[in-house]
Design a binder for this molecule. Structure first.
Ligand code: ZN
Ligand code: ZN
Length: 382
């Protein structure tokens, strides 16, 4: 049931191979291909490619009735240049695996190796490698793929590594673990004018200067409650960089964040009304669109209990500290229709933070993550 020394050598090499060739969201075709090549050697019953874009699913079927367990990893890297002297540092300028998704893939590859040698006694396991986690649309694409209805998992599990937490220590909690969030882009249109006669145009200047603090003011402190909401203005631009023209257009970008999806709906409605009222009071057109829409991630009680059992059986220390997180994670989509839970695996207290340019996934986590997943699978499926 366990990984051999040769497995560990192969898995670390595989992780570093992925690390050297990072691809950003929705461009992960070579990465998916590398995963396919590795998993094909483990003898899955089926590999489904082009899943919700570049995604890939490998199925290990017992041939007996029973639950379907989906384990999720992410394919994407980030548009961040890696600062490192490591031999396996990114070979692609301006791109890097700075969130550790290379490590998450290696952990699922380790599970594939073991399932290839010994299928579960009943049910089946689906290893899902989804694209575009960082932009929030990968899980949505995968679950919308018509083939996902055939997979229809009973349980879905995932992990994310967590810098700042002791190496190999797990954080796990029922309920909300990651916030809902979305980027709201507000485009204001007026009319340019000669800067000597601004009264002949319609400048968005006043509206922008009113909107930024007003949007920020929609925030409500108290992250420990479901009433938590946060509006962070991330970007604004207006007119052109010239002195002769009064501006005729502007954009304000704001990221909205709540703990629950229904609270997000309310915050969106309030922010939209604020933007439209401000625009019309200033005789401006207003267009609003949304980007990077993440639903909240909720850990279901039974799924959490199965993970806890596996952690205890494997002697992995765990607690509920630091949860929920303000950050978002698109794994929440897999919880619509499956009992789902995600846990956070410590990457070391002094490890560089996620998305830092000197981040690198700790290889020591590969066997730990694989043990937790394998024990969960064996407990549920035998
Ligand atoms: Zn990330
Ligand atoms: Zn990540």
């Amino acid at each position: 049931m366990s990984l051999t020394n040769q497995d560990l050598v192969d898995l670390v090499a595989f992780r570093r191979q992925l690390h050297q060739a990072p691809e950003i969201s929705n461009e992960e075709y070579e990465t998916a291909n590398a995963v396919e090549v590795f998993l094909a050697q483990t003898g899955p019953d089926e590999i489904l490619t082009g899943f919700g874009g570049p995604g890939l699913a490998a199925i290990y079927d017992s041939g007996q009735p029973g639950p379907t367990i989906l384990l999720r990893a992410e394919l994407d890297a980030l548009p961040i240049a890696e600062i490192s002297d490591l031999p396996h540092r990114s070979a692609i300028p301006g791109k890097g695996h700075m969130c550790g998704h290379d490590g998450h893939m290696a952990i699922l590859a380790a599970v594939g190796r073991q399932l290839g040698r010994q299928r579960p006694a009943r049910g089946r396991v689906v290893l899902m490698f989804q694209p575009a986690e960082e932009t929030g649309d990968g899980a949505a694409g995968v679950t919308a793929d018509p083939r996902y209805a055939d997979i229809a998992p009973d349980f879905a599990f995932s992990l994310h590594n967590l810098p700042g937490s002791p190496l190999g220590h797990v954080r796990l909690k029922e309920g909300v673990v990651n916030c809902a969030s979305r980027g709201m882009r507000i485009a204001l249109t007026g009319k340019t004018a000669h800067s000597s006669m601004p009264e002949t145009g319609a400048s968005p200047m006043l509206a922008v200067s009113q909107l930024m603090p007003a949007l920020t003011g929609l925030s409500r402190a108290g992250f420990d409650s479901d009433n938590f909401r946060l509006a962070t203005v991330t970007h604004a631009e207006m007119g052109e960089a010239v002195f002769g023209v009064a501006p005729g257009r502007a954009e304000v970008w704001v990221t909205l964040r709540t703990r629950l999806d229904e609270r997000m709906d309310a915050l969106v409605a309030t922010a939209e009304k604020l933007a439209r009222d401000t625009a019309s009071a200033n005789a401006l057109g207003c267009e609003i669109d949304y980007h990077e829409v993440f639903v909240a991630s909720l850990n279901e009680a039974e799924a959490v209990a199965h993970l806890r059992d596996a952690l205890d059986a494997e002697g992995v220390a765990h607690d509920e500290a630091e949860l929920p997180m303000r950050a978002s994670e698109d794994f929440g989509r897999f919880g619509h229709g499956a009992k789902s839970a995600m846990f956070f695996l410590g990457s070391g207290e002094n490890h560089p933070q996620l998305h830092n340019p000197d981040y690198d996934f700790p290889d020591d986590l590969i066997p730990i993550g694989a043990r937790i997943f394998m024990r969960t699978v064996r407990n549920l499926l035998g």
